[in-house]
Design a protein around this ligand. Structure first.
Ligand code: PLP
Length: 380
């Protein structure tokens, strides 16, 4: 077929976008390499979905012919009671990433800026660009957000400011008092998006007062998700807790049935599944402890993580490490696409998976130091 010239209707800022590349699916790796693999690449819950959510899904399947409640009333009521915030503060999304995208489209246009850090969740810069805005990313300091530098970078063009706490991919966090100080330097005409996808894993009393900001009427939205501690990443459901004007704008432009009825019932059940949350947090705590002890022993540079993954650097190009680990049946994530080409992100798995990834990394470190020795000898 001869290709007709394109009429050029796609705006250049969309045509030039690079699509999001997800973690490699386990089935694809197993098929390509003919081996059994473990996937520690997408920060999913190592223990699987909440069992209460599975029961609810099974009960609800026969009602799949019905459209969902477009307002997600039951779930929002539950979240309202849980977080002590009125319904006007709560909006549901097809994953919290949908809300990131929509916020960029509401607040940005060509000439306006979305501000964030380098080395942070890639969906924000992608969202800014897809809305035709300019992305400004301030360098990380010791692999953590540099809040002072971020505040100093705000100018009249900045409409939206995105912070992930803990940060993906480094797992670092900033404390409530650091955030208080920072917000004091952010003008009220900038929307602050505070992404707390991993908040349930944080076990520090000085962590976050994010919902107080919402209660106090600050122009801000906090994002949370059912994809992590609740184990429902495949169902796509997240939510925002924010200023009513922000919530209202999101409700106006989201698709009316953006969250499926299965996701709604599963999320309601998962929210009440205190036992699954407790087990997930505890298993993650032990896994993090193990990985943060073992990875530095292998000579990898790591930072303390407060999420369900560990960030580490071997000093080599992380893509090479990724490919070598893949051949050993271990799928992790090289972080070049988030601006950290030397970084590997390893999701905390089950005990057995954590042992396997450490063994694989140990083999990788040994073979690369053996290769370095033979290169040196060849050069002597
Ligand atoms: C910081 C951050 N926000 C949001 C998400 C995605 O959440 P969801 O699955 O709800 O879209 C992730 C997932 O990895 C994340 O790391």
């Amino acid at each position: 077929m001869t290709k007709k010239p394109s009429p050029g209707l796609v705006p250049s800022y969309v045509a030039s976008l690079k699509s999001y590349v997800p973690g490699k699916p386990i089935e694809e790796v197993e098929r390509e390499l003919g081996l059994t693999a473990i996937k520690l690449a997408s920060n999913e819950n190592a223990l699987g979905p909440s069992p209460k959510a599975i029961e609810a899904l099974q009960r609800f399947l026969s009602r799949s012919h019905r459209y969902p409640d477009a307002a997600g009333t039951y779930l929002r009521e539950k979240l309202s009671a849980r977080h002590e915030l009125g319904l006007e503060h709560i909006v549901l999304g097809n994953g919290s990433t949908e809300l990131i995208q929509l916020l960029c489209h509401i607040y940005l246009e060509p000439g306006k800026t979305g501000l964030t850090s380098q080395g942070t969740f890639v969906m924000f810069p992608l969202g800014v660009r897809s809305a035709g805005g300019d992305v400004v990313q301030v360098p990380l300091k010791d692999l953590a957000y540099d809040l002072e530098a971020l505040a100093a970078r705000i100018d009249d063009s900045v409409r939206i400011l995105y912070l992930a706490n803990p940060n993906n991919p480094t797992g670092t966090l900033f404390t409530a008092s650091e955030m208080d100080r920072f917000l004091g330097n952010v003008p009220e005409n900038v929307l602050v998006v505070l992404d707390e996808a991993y908040c349930d894993y944080v076990q520090r009393p000085d962590y976050s007062r994010s919902l107080d900001y919402v209660r106090q009427g600050r122009y801000l939205i906090v994002l949370r998700t059912f994809s992590k501690v609740h184990g429902l990443a495949g169902l796509r459901i997240g939510y925002g807790l924010g200023h009513p004007e922000v919530v209202d704008a999101l409700n106006k432009i989201r698709s009316p049935f953006n969250v499926s009825n299965l996701a709604l019932v599963a999320a309601e059940a998962a929210l009440d599944d205190a036992e699954h949350i407790r087990r997930s947090v505890e298993s993650n705590r032990r896994g993090l402890q193990f990985l943060s002890r073992e990875l530095p022993r292998l000579g990898l540079r790591c930072v303390p993580s407060f999420a369900n993954f560990m960030y580490c650097e071997s000093g080599r190009d992380a893509k090479e490490d990724f490919r070598a680990l893949l051949k050993m049946g271990v799928i992790v994530r090289p972080m070049g696409f988030m601006g950290l080409p030397r970084g590997l992100r390893v999701t905390v798995g089950t005990e057995e998976e954590n042992r396997k990834v450490v063994e694989a990394l140990a083999r990788l470190q040994e073979s690369s130091s053996a290769a370095a020795v033979s290169r040196q000898r060849a050069g002597d």
